[in-house]
Design a protein around this ligand. Structure first.
Ligand code: NAD
Ligand code: IPM
Ligand code: MN
Length: 353
């Protein structure tokens, strides 16, 4: 029996509501698997913690996380604490400090979900977005000059390093090979961003030479957004920058059923630090506390965690079980047209497992 230590940061808003259901699923799945068990440690960090302590997490918080095998996170951010503080000080700092440079976000229409796209089917909406997760537009570099004067200027600098760009692109190609030779599509914007994206495109071209067996496409991000709606079937493995990946995966969520079901894994492939699993949605203050948040995104990220812990059969089983629950149509939250509570969906999924 392998024991994995999981740090749980349920966070704000609907975060704790969906994470509670995710953990029920983790425990049941582990029990069925029989070779793995989880030990949880809960960290009450987030916006409430901030209002009491003036910081999102204690000074030694990141050190505390270091010893875990993975982090399971709900959502961060709530009205009252500026987003640029709450998100940068808790979520983004973990991604960066633990060098979780790969953000794996499946955009896949599961059986039982109707896409808002007329032509959206399980065949046409099935891509894996590999988002750069440690630098780029999110580097946090810049300046606020002559603040409050008519000459006020702000600079927000993207930081794209040779190491950072190369490793994320290479990861995408390796993933394409692991998946039996899928195509890799790079999404950038070199017609306007004359340093960062020209560099990105050059590195993509270079790395692609090492993978003559993999076919490639390269799109400008505006066109890519259009194709994701008009012709999503052309995408298989997608690699893109931090900001573009953020935006395109909300679009991806929209074509594949909505924020209630979109999951993501923040991975350090070398396993030098814990990786972090989370739904891609936020704390949804508009529905928080009502017990109606869809827990399926948080549950899909549990499936990703089983993949990460080398239990891909269980990861796949959780996904198939989500499809079963969707097909039944009896236990769905309001965003999916049902009347069920968050808890009811979690419980039903555990039963179906
Ligand atoms: P959001 O994802 O929280 O919500 C967008 C819309 O989707 C809302 O209408 C919400 O009700 C709905 N929604 C989201 N998750 C849902 C679920 N599981 N079930 C049903 N409906 C769901 O995005 P937002 O409103 O732009 O952001 C709210 C806060 O969350 C902000 O503070 C933002 O910075 C933060 N945020 C955090 C994360 C994260 O922690 N990873 C991600 C995105 C946004
Ligand atoms: C996400 C979120 C975060 C991001 C925010 C909250 C900083 O939108 O995980 O998609 O932009 O990465
Ligand atoms: Mn986002």
């Amino acid at each position: 029996m392998e024991t994995k230590r999981i740090a749980v940061i349920a966070g704000d808003g609907i975060g704790p509501e969906v994470v509670t259901e995710g953990i029920k699923v983790m425990n049941r799945a582990a029990q069925i698997d029989g070779t793995i068990q989880f030990e949880y440690t809960y960290f009450p960090w987030g916006c409430e913690y901030y209002t009491k302590h003036g910081k999102m997490l204690p000074d030694e918080g990141l050190e505390q996380l270091q010893v875990f095998d993975a982090i399971y996170l709900g959502a961060v951010g709530f009205p009252g604490v500026p987003d640029y503080i709450s998100l940068r000080e808790l979520l983004l700092v973990i991604r960066k400090k633990f060098d979780q440079y790969v953000n794996i976000r499946p955009v896949k229409l599961l059986k039982g979900i109707e896409s808002p796209l007329r032509h959206g089917t399980e065949q046409t909406i099935d891509m894996l977005v590999i988002r750069e997760n440690s630098e780029g537009e999110y580097a946090g570099v810049g300046e606020w000059l002559e603040k409050g004067t008519p000459q006020e200027k702000v600079l927000q600098t993207g930081v794209f390093t040779r190491k950072g760009v190369e490793r994320i692109i290479r990861y995408a190609f390796e993933e394409a090979r692991r998946q039996g030779g899928k195509s890799v599509t790079s999404i950038s914007k070199a017609n306007a961003l004359n340093y960062s994206m020209v560099f990105w495109d050059e590195v993509f071209e270079e790395v692609s030479q090492e993978y003559p067996d993999i076919s490639t496409h390269s799109y400008l991000v505006d066109a890519a957004a259009m194709f994701m709606v008009m012709d999503p079937g052309r995408f298989e493995i997608v690699v893109t920058s931090n900001l573009f990946g953020d935006i395109l995966t909300d679009l991806g969520a929209a074509i594949a059923g909505g924020m209630g079901i979109a999951a993501g894994a923040n991975v350090n492939p070398e396993r030098l630090y814990p990786s972090m699993f989370e739904p891609i949605h936020g704390s949804a203050p508009d529905i928080a506390g009502q017990g109606i948040a869809n827990p399926l995104a948080a549950i899909w990220s549990v499936s990703q965690m089983f993949d990460f812990f080398e239990r891909p059969e269980m990861g796949a089983h959780i996904l198939t079980t989500i499809e079963k629950l969707l097909a039944e149509k009896t236990t769905l939250t309001p965003d999916f047209g049902g009347h069920a509570t968050t808890e009811a969906v979690g419980m039903r999924l555990v039963e179906l497992l």
